[in-house]
Design a protein around this ligand. Sequence first.
Ligand code: GLA
Length: 411
Amino acid sequence: MKRIIIIIALSFSSFVFSQGNTHAQGAGKFEGLAMTPPMGWNSWNTFETNIDEKLVKETADIMVSSGMAAAGYNYIVLDDGWMTKERDTNGDLVPDPAKFPGGMKAVIDYVHSKGLKFGLYNCAGTQTCAGYPGTRGYEYQDARFYAKLGIDFLKYDWCNTQGITAKEAYTTMSNALKTAGKPIVFSLCEWGDNQPWEWGKPVGNLWRISGDIYPCFDCEYKHEVGNWSSWGFMKIVDMRKDIRKYSGPDHWNDFDMMEVGNGMTNIEDKAHFAMWCMMASPLIAGNDFRKMSKETLAILTNKELIAVNQDKLGVQGFKYSAEDGLEVWVKPLSDGNWAVTFLNRSDVAKKINFDWKKNTIKDVDFDYEADFSKSVFKLKDLWRNKEIGNTKKNFQADIAAHDVIALKLIP
Ligand code: GLA
């Protein structure tokens, strides 16, 4: 009897210990993996589930040869559609052998050999949005699978999640990744339905704030099947007015993968890119690199705008003023600099005549201020990479419909 009690006591204490231990290992995201907004490429916007080994390798090659990698883009993320429709007999996910005949590990090794990082996608629900096996109930097993493959980034979606709680589901996966031990950027793709900005900071490194993007300036695209819409990029910018205070280094508001190069005019692509930079959004390209025009490449690799996005202060910009279709967006930068972007929301060309001295910009969320009646800033045009005077004189310029003029202000 005594022996039995001892055995029971021992196994109980080891149960308690292992539970506690697992929890201690697995609590909280990997810190410090995204101190500036992640930059990279994701397959979904252009290819949906039509992805394969050749596409990944060619994209990785061009990411390096085109100068995208040198500009800062380093994650290659495969979105939905990389798996077979069933798990294997062990319950493991199976990379689709028709799409990845050499296996996923070989693809990942290839991407890593180019000095780049690699990401995959899954869903917190029972199935992904495109109907592949979801992670619900397999969180720790899938986390071990990703760790063993050596991925660097996981996008975790929110389809087929009826009856579960977002905070709990994302926390479970975050803990599972931490327990598996391989540092992986955790990208929450919950569309903003359950306010991830309020609870996501210890859980993940970035979180989507909206439904899916659509390649248009300001439209709502209503899908024929299912009751849902995709959104023009300015609709996403306008969608959440009060959440910039939740974004910052290692915990970013994610405005979705970019549609630059996916059918808008070059002017609109410029505006889209400038706004993603101003909002400190992750910069995840979503176009086909193999068909990328010179103009698209120039937009995506504009060093000055990328520096605004990647500024170490990590403060999301905000709308300072809007008058007659002309908006002024501002973003505090390190070293007392500011980025200021004029955006023509209207469908007609406008004239800008901005008297700096009559304006004081106050960032009430992060406590920054620029009072142009007291301090003079030098101006740099970020698209032309050119000094253009200072804030003593009014800023005057013509601006086409849907266009942007982006400036850096240097004290
Ligand atoms: C959701 C996400 C998209 C994409 C698709 C894949 O719609 O928001 O970004 O990942 O699922 O099915």
